[in-house]
Ligand binder design. Sequence first.
Ligand SMILES: Cc1ncc(COP(=O)(O)O)c(C=O)c1O
Length: 395
Amino acid sequence: MSHLLEKCASYTRARDARNAGLYPYFLNFDGRDAGTARLAGGHQVVMCGSNDYLGLSTDPRVADAAAEAAHRYGAGCTGSRFLNGNLDLHDRLEAELAEFFGKEAALVLTTGYQANLGAIGGLCGPGDLILIDKDAHASLIDAARLSRAKVAWFEHNDADDLADKLARLPRRGGALVVVDGVYSMEGDLCPLPALVEVCRRFDATLLVDDAHGAGVLDKGRGTSSHFGLTDEVPLITLTFSKAFGSIGGAILGDAVVIDYLRHHARPLMFSASASPANTAAALESLRILREEPWRCTTVAENAAYMRRELTALGYRVGSGIAPIVPVDTGDDLSTLRAWDLLVEEGVYVNAVLPPAASPRLRTSYTAVQTEEQLNRAVAGFAAVRDRVLALPAAA
Ligand SMILES: Cc1ncc(COP(=O)(O)O)c(C=O)c1O
């Protein structure tokens, strides 16, 4: 085996976990509906680990829109939007997104990951400075690194540390500040008013990745709108893989900026466009979101209910208003054991280990989970409580 590949043979972490029967990844689901899923083999679980916050991924109207688009336009576009892969569907989705989120223009890409690569890589280069929150999503970190700008981190949600770094760090070009609107692992919001003020003071441009806020907060209009600051945030990125129940991503901003990115965002120009089915599904989800704002209220209520119930059972959970409720499990092994016990009890949650974040169970909720399903999840957490809380690090 070549030197380069030797690390693959000596990588044992996943193998060890599989051998211990505690491997929580690449689980095979062979069916799912609004609130539950079935594991291959038939074991039914209440789904408390999806990002389908509004329950739209299995909505028949969204599925029908995807199927119709596949029949009308084909399964894929076989090219980038820049050349042969642009559909009226992409253009329509851009117009409707811009209108809904209150920005001048939008640019649709094939994933949210690519939207971040496109926005940051398209705007930043050598000489520029990127300041990024320490807990920002991996796609933002990758984008910053790929841009060849100077990259520095500031303490999570700490606007004073950001100001200090903007004051001290040299830059030849511009400065970009990069944050999540809602942090994907903790469910906390960025302190947007303070960030906006610091960016204004230091002539820095703010980019908010609103993957987990768009479609959810403020009747779906997202984190910037929740704070009443949409006009003060020049760049917002989105994904359709969460509240929109599809796949795809977008960058929102001023028309001149979006037009520039249309011609400089490499993931847009050198990767095939979002499929007709995924684009039509996102459009239909946006239509439903506009007409059914109750979904945003219900998902918040469901998450608040679970937060209360889990706390009452003695679990340490994250606070906040997002549909993401992390449950502290202390260390890696305790996290894997707790995850395994819960799946046995019929509750699926996500086991999160470093380096993604500190060890935890990431639970998340949707607008279409029934009271009965949520109570089944609570019963599952109750059934394993004594064993989970007895695990060394969770005690
Ligand atoms: C904060 C954040 N940004 C971007 C992404 C990437 O989105 P996508 O799944 O559309 O690539 C994710 C997905 O996990 C995310 O949580």
